[in-house]
Design a protein around this ligand. Structure first.
Ligand code: HEC
Ligand code: HEC
Ligand code: HEC
Ligand code: HEC
Ligand code: HEC
Ligand code: HEC
Length: 354
């Protein structure tokens, strides 16, 4: 009887635990041999002709992260695939960052559909390396700001290609296991760090367990934001540990967005007004995510007057089937009841489709 009671109690506890949010920091798991190789040698020959690789890994970033997503998550040891060699189903087999398929030379091969990244695509032929990232500050016109499609030699200690953006790669995260927020000790949100964020230089966020393979209003990443005020101009260098600051590390000029009282570029990290058409965006849409002034937990609601529009409200970080790596088909967004009502831009501009 006692034994039964114990089993019963244990089952109840397990039940409760499985309903608690996943507080354990995501980290690689599984046998070392799955991911590491000690000498890149077997029977006297190379195992991988491209190797050996740093940290004794079997393959490089692209090698491990190429494939077709079919679910899973950090708790199951699944690899998040960011490049599929056959066209993925956008929004179904793609993750939060989208997919490099559409920009890759061996994929869609369309320069406007993603970041052109070393190992996947050659130089963007419409945005040349001499011009650099659109919005780049003139005095930063070097290194990874100019192109991600070539080995950057100006600061070799910072990476090239994937590592031009994922500077703080730390697969065996050793950070806090309790707070649930990816920050500096975890190698930042998705290992994203750069400039424009001031001290610490990285992105803080809450990482969705399956990288948004599945999404719903209560099932998604959370991003930190830092509200811009009316006089946001050039010259500042401390936007906080936000996703917008991160993008602006290379596209800094796009944060010069207010010209004393009126927007001159679409604002990022501007508070969604608690008035007019904006006040109706209250159920979180993973199609047009928002940034939060502080992070606590994953929330299914948007609070106009508090939450912000940001770079990733409209763009994918890696690539998409749409020009300018937008999250949706901009050409389909037609004012006045023309099409795609309720989606994309209309998520916030809720009356422009009327
Ligand atoms: C699922 C893949 C995976 C598994 C399993 C794995 N590693 Fe790693 N490990 C990586 C990757 C990728 C890196 C690359 C550098 C980084 O992210 O820090 C790495 C880096 C490392 C590093 C250098 C960086 C650091 O954090 O100290 C060590 C040491 C290491 N692994 C040891 C191990 C050992 C020992 C095991 C088995 C007990 C193991 N790894 C299992 C993927 C894995
Ligand atoms: C040996 C295979 C391997 C290599 C090499 C590798 N990764 Fe990973 N990576 C993994 C696995 C497995 C995961 C999933 C870990 C988890 O469950 O959080 C992962 C997760 C990630 C994530 C998501 C982290 C998160 O918070 O969920 C990023 C970003 C990433 N890798 C970037 C890179 C970059 C950039 C490189 C090259 C420097 C790289 N990876 C090299 C296997 C690899
Ligand atoms: C322009 C910067 C940039 C480049 C280049 C880049 N990433 Fe990412 N990556 C990001 C950002 C930002 C996120 C978070 C996306 C989100 O939350 O919407 C991310 C997310 C990820 C994830 C988690 C899955 C997801 O979609 O959220 C993995 C894995 C990853 N990147 C690997 C890579 C690999 C491998 C490469 C090189 C082929 C690469 N990244 C190149 C910025 C970049
Ligand atoms: C390390 C520098 C770097 C970072 C960080 C970076 N970008 Fe870029 N971005 C570039 C470069 C270089 C180009 C021009 C070449 C290309 O398209 O890859 C570019 C191009 C773009 C384009 C135009 C794509 C096209 O070909 O038309 C968009 C949109 C974009 N970036 C958005 C973002 C967003 C959103 C973020 C933050 C998640 C971000 N970038 C972070 C360097 C960067
Ligand atoms: C409200 C949606 C929205 C937001 C927020 C947004 N963008 Fe864009 N972005 C677009 C659209 C739409 C285009 C392409 C058409 C156009 O410019 O009207 C574009 C184009 C771009 C381009 C390509 C420019 C070129 O010269 O080809 C880059 C780079 C870019 N955005 C980066 C960013 C960065 C960085 C942020 C955050 C600071 C950001 N965007 C925020 C909607 C947005
Ligand atoms: C996540 C919410 C969000 C999305 C998605 C969004 N916007 Fe906005 N937009 C805003 C906010 C917030 C402002 C600033 C409102 C204010 O301060 O009055 C704004 C301002 C604007 C303005 C200037 C309005 C003015 O009063 O000067 C235009 C034009 C605009 N957006 C067009 C677009 C287009 C086109 C798209 C789709 C490509 C888009 N927006 C997507 C939130 C969004």
């Amino acid at each position: 009887m006692r034994q039964l009671k114990r089993v019963f109690l244990l089952l109840i506890c397990m039940g409760i635990i499985s309903f608690l949010p996943n507080l354990v920091r995501a980290a690689v798991n599984g046998p070392c041999v799955n991911c590491h190789i000690m000498h890149n040698s077997q029977n006297g020959g190379d195992v991988d002709a491209g190797g050996p690789y740093g940290h004794l890994t079997k393959g490089n970033c692209i090698g491990c992260h190429t494939g077709t997503n079919s679910g899973g998550g950090t708790s199951t040891g699944t690899i998040p695939y960011v490049y599929s060699t056959t066209e993925p189903e956008y929004g179904t087999t793609t993750l939060a960052g989208g997919n490099f398929y559409w920009v890759a030379d061996n994929g869609g091969n369309n320069d406007t559909k993603g970041h052109n990244v070393l190992g996947l695509s050659g130089q963007d032929q419409e945005i040349l390396d001499s011009e650099g990232a659109p919005g780049v500050w003139a005095n930063c016109a070097e290194s990874c700001h100019m192109t991600l499609a070539a080995e950057q030699t100006v600061y070799p200690e910072l990476g090239s290609g994937c590592e031009g953006c994922h500077l703080a790669v730390k697969h065996h995260k050793s950070g806090s296991t309790t707070e649930g927020i990816a920050d500096e000790e975890d190698g930042w949100f998705r290992f994203c760090s750069g400039h424009m964020s001031g001290g610490g230089h990285g992105v803080e966020g809450i990482e969705d367990d399956d990288w948004q393979y599945e999404t719903a209003s209560d099932n998604h990443n959370e991003y930190l934001g830092n509200a811009v005020n009316a006089t946001t101009t050039a010259g500042f260098y401390n936007l906080g540990n936000t996703m917008t600051a991160y993008c602006c590390g290379c596209h800094g000029g796009f944060h010069v967005q207010d010209d004393s009282g009126s927007w001159i570029r679409h604002p990022s990290d501007a508070i969604i007004p608690d008035s007019g058409e904006y006040a109706a965006y209250t159920t979180y849409s993973p199609e047009a995510p928002v940034a939060r002034p502080s992070l606590t937990t994953v929330s299914s609601t948007v609070t106009p007057g508090t939450d912000m529009v940001m770079c990733l409200s409209c763009h994918r970080a890696h690539g998409s089937p749409y020009d300018d790596m937008l999250r949706w088909d901009y050409d389909g967004q037609v004012a006045g009841g023309g099409g795609d009502d309720g989606t994309g831009c209309f998520t916030c501009h809720t009356t422009k489709d009327d």
